[in-house]
Design a binder for this molecule. Structure first.
Ligand SMILES: [Zn+2]
Ligand SMILES: [Zn+2]
Length: 499
């Protein structure tokens, strides 16, 4: 009598489990795959087959040790239980069984289930990070009484993983180490990402200083995030453990308003951002972030991970308006050659635009031309500005702070567009002499981040055209010095923190 039956001796593609015949009784072997350990039932008893305990997510070393221990325990207990039946049952080929093998098998099933619980408990004691060691056992019916598959998932609902972050405890304060906990597994539709790199954006500085009046403290900033997916919640199909993924400024949208329906999720009235906001979410200056999978983006192979973070904010913020407002061959001025501007020049060139760098820092000319600028204008020089009056189709204003608008409007052709993407402090008011706009029907438009569909396009363009943020890489521990560098406008061109 073969309890498992022939069908059970092969890989079951549906359940992704493997049942293999084994030679030696009670053998506990190395994991079949990284995340499987197997328990061999004693063939001598006529029970041929393998029971699998499968950690649902890959386990750490400690959990594997526990698993091996548990499998050994199962084998030992099973042997003890079966010792008596052996004498009475005998091999299938021998005389009459006194104890139905089905019942024996059921006992083994139960023991395995109990051992799984033991594994989980011990793994908890082991103290590994939650979400990495919860276990799932999905046993195919080993015995007739267990005709309906036993399937249960065990994970720590109480155990939380500790996240190490840097936070501002009050507006403008230097960041300090700050830890918090993420409970259990990511909720449905969410993923946990171990942060590897996070860029520092001017917005982070504004938020830490509460310059927009919307921050909440303790504030863990950071929204140019690249990392590795370490856990996925139910219903997430786009990501698996180990994927390299990136996060930008947008955390969510309502998904049902007219703007979301039109694919303009970046202007959804219910938009939430990476951090702060109504839920006091935390950003990427941390070892881990939990995020809605819908706003996590796969990083195409071929992009260096340390350069992807700035693309997720500075990149999309410049890519989307150039795509939307400029057409191939247009002359486009990029005002402010910094974190955003140096990417705008590269994206503009990749889109076939004639891009000019407009900067008050004359010594950036060589680098600006390296990024793709075919002209350089010193904005402190009125003569240079006058020479180009009325010649631009689009001007993208990336300069932070209080930028004068009239001089840039004057550079536009009739019906040209001045596109503003930076957000000054709440006290700073731009002044506009409306004649600059009215007389030649010029437009002043805002642009904020980009629609969802633009992110993948933007990353692909970056890969295909070699658009690459120029970054200063620094360890997370230097975060305060690096924030100061960004605040002082000294970064060339983007600071990226390495966790
Ligand atoms: Zn940003
Ligand atoms: Zn919406």
């Amino acid at each position: 009598m073969d309890v498992l039956g022939d069908a059970a001796l092969v890989a079951d593609a549906k359940t992704k489990k493997l049942y293999v015949p084994v030679e030696s009784p009670l053998s506990v072997t190395q994991p079949l795959e990284e995340s499987f350990a197997e328990i061999s039932l004693p063939q001598a008893l006529g029970l041929t087959g393998t029971h699998l305990l499968s950690p649902y997510h890959h386990t750490g070393k400690g959990a594997k040790t526990v698993l091996a221990f548990a499998t050994a325990l199962v084998g030992t207990v099973a042997a003890a239980v079966l010792q008596e039946p052996v004498g009475r049952v005998g091999r299938p080929s021998l005389s009459l069984p006194l104890l139905e093998l089905d019942i024996v098998a059921e006992v083994i099933c139960t023991l395995i289930a109990l051992c799984t619980l033991l594994v989980v408990l011990l793994a908890e004691v082991e103290g590994e990070k939650a979400g990495r060691h919860f276990l799932m056992i999905e046993e195919e019916p080993l015995c007739v009484p267990c005709a309906s598959p036993v399937s249960f998932e065990l994970h720590s609902s109480t155990k939380a993983q500790e996240v190490q972050a840097w936070a501002a405890m009050e507006p403008g304060a230097p960041l300090v180490p700050h830890s918090f906990e993420l409970a259990g597994k990511p909720p449905p539709g969410h993923v946990d990402i171990a942060v590897r790199f996070c860029g520092i954006c001017g917005s982070d500085v504004h938020q830490i200083e509460d310059a927009w009046g919307v921050a909440s403290f303790p504030l863990v900033a950071g929204h140019e995030i690249v990392g590795e997916v370490v856990a996925v919640g139910d219903g997430v199909t786009r990501f698996a453990q180990g994927d390299v993924a990136a996060i930008g400024v947008q955390r969510s949208c309502c998904g049902s308003c007219v703007h979301c329906d039109a694919g303009d999720e970046n202007v959804c009235p219910a938009i939430t951002k990476t951090y702060a906001g109504p839920n006091k979410d935390r950003g990427g200056f941390a070892t881990m972030i939990r995020y809605p999978a819908g706003w996590v983006f796969a990083v195409p192979a071929g992009l260096a991970p340390e350069s992807v973070g700035p693309l997720m904010c500075a990149g999309i913020t410049t890519y989307s308006p150039l795509k939307r407002h400029a057409t191939r061959g247009d002359r486009v001025g990029i005002v402010g050659i910094g974190g955003l501007g140096h990417l705008a020049l590269q994206f503009g060139r990749a889109m076939g635009l004639e891009v000019y760098a407009l900067s008050r820092t004359a010594d950036k000319e060589a680098e600006a031309r390296g990024f793709g600028a075919s002209g350089f204008v010193n904005t402190e020089d009125a003569t240079q500005l006058a020479a180009l009056a009325g010649s631009f189709d689009v001007i993208l204003l990336t300069a932070s702070g209080r930028a004068p608008l009239d001089p840039y409007l004057a550079l536009l052709k009739p019906r040209g567009k001045l596109v503003c993407v930076s957000l000054p402090d709440k006290e700073e008011r731009s002044q506009l002499y409306l004649h600059s706009a009215v007389i030649f029907e010029r437009a002043l438009v805002g642009s904020y981040l980009g629609p969802h569909a633009d992110y993948a396009e933007m990353l692909e363009m970056a890969r295909d055209h070699g658009v690459r943020p120029q970054v200063e890489l620094a360890p997370l521990s230097q975060i305060n010095a690096m924030l100061e560098r960004v605040r002082a406008g000294k970064a060339r061109y983007r600071v990226v923190l390495q966790m």
